[in-house]
Design a protein around this ligand. Sequence first.
Ligand code: 5RP
Length: 234
Amino acid sequence: MKTEGGTPAAKRRAGERAAEEVEDGFVVGLGTGSTTASAIEAIGEAVADGLEVQGIPTSFQSRQLALEVGIQLTTLEAVETVDLAIDGADQIVDDPGSSAHGTLIKGGGAAHAREKLVDAAADRFVVVADPSKLTDRLERSVPLEVLPDAYTVVTARVHELGGEPTLREAKRKDGPVVTDNGNLVLDCEFGAIADPEELAATLSSVPGVVEHGLFVDLADATYVGLEEGTGDAD
Ligand code: 5RP
């Protein structure tokens, strides 16, 4: 399935559909981004109606929104199980015939290190997206969260690997984006990624890379919000 356009309505539908999976007593991983924000808001409405959940935010933004809508917060250290994680994506392979089906690029919000930690810890991880995120092959730049001291050596290593890294700049002020963990982000163009699993393993092995935005074999289901409903692309 591949259609154009990522409207707010499509994002909202995806988020609301995923929020329907949240059950009383659940610990829920709260991803980052505009699509996940719709899920957090929908969970907040259910909490106002009496649902009891605890949320583990993956970023300052998701933490703030969760508090605003009345979701009780917890941490990975404080719980034994994360029942469900809901998170967005920047690109998703939607090709059931491919071994890369369901692989994601994340990190558009510079939160992919905490997102991967929480999403991977969850018993079930559902991705929420609008149709513009679906693709046959990953080809967006891959964000790398890097230690500040490491960005020049990681830049050189990415060049050696055939990539084109760019230090992510903050939109509203001079200077680089700084993650919630105090690190920098290199957005790395690799063109069309033939083997995401291999690239993920290579990037994980680079000293100074805290986390990369390739999510391989992590997602259990994807809810794609449409203008008029929701499609499941799992
Ligand atoms: C943040 C992410 C987001 O989930 C991703 O960028 C999608 O965001 P949106 O739902 O706003 O399109 O990976 O690090």
